[in-house]
Design a protein around this ligand. Sequence first.
Ligand code: ZN
Length: 254
Amino acid sequence: MRLVDTHIHLYDEKYLSSLDQILSDAEKIGVEAVICVAEDYETSLDTLRIASKNDSVYPAIGMHPWTALHSFDELERVIELIQRENRSIIAIGEVGLDRKYESGEKGYARQLEAFKKMVELAKEFDKPLNIHSRRAARDVLRILRVYNVEKAHFHWFTDDEDILREVVSMGYYVSFTPSITYSKRNQRLAKLVPPEQLLTETDGPVPFYGELKGKLTEPKHALLVLNKLAEIHGIEPSELAEIIWRNFEKLYLQ
Ligand SMILES: [Zn+2]
């Protein structure tokens, strides 16, 4: 069974000392691909370095909406890095909008500016977008429409059901984290996404409850997500794993 973790922050210090072990543990249970997403200039460099040393790690770089608030000045450097490294990256991410984290208009305007730049680069270099969206999916969708974006992936979707239906109708991909093993709301959302548009992720090192309570979130935990998604959709895990692998290939490797 081939598995994929489509969103994790491997440069986090929690992974530093044991990254080789963590990746080999993941490979042992079939995790053949891990997308490391970045948040700012430094973590984009870290992501490129980690990916260059590990065959199963694919780099996505970009400016997170939170970074747009804390260090907006980095935007130019992140843009230049994407331009310079466009051949070595698999996607632009983690990028997007977050109204839960920042609802002030000035901050939100910065997020919008950074996100639009990231979308422009995705179009220019024909890369998919690995998107963070909190209470902002409607604005994200509006921007994706304006730029006529075809390749987009909403990571850990938590917005409302009606917006999710729109995301699905646009043909975009949606991933869920280990929170799906215990969050009834996340389970209801995951049921609305057809298998052909689903992806698995962990968003490590974000901690989770349930089976992962007190444990470090690792790429191998993509298996927990797969198993729960399979249960929700009434499909054999092995069958869903193959569908999700093909989704990953279609969005990220073509
Ligand atoms: Zn993330």
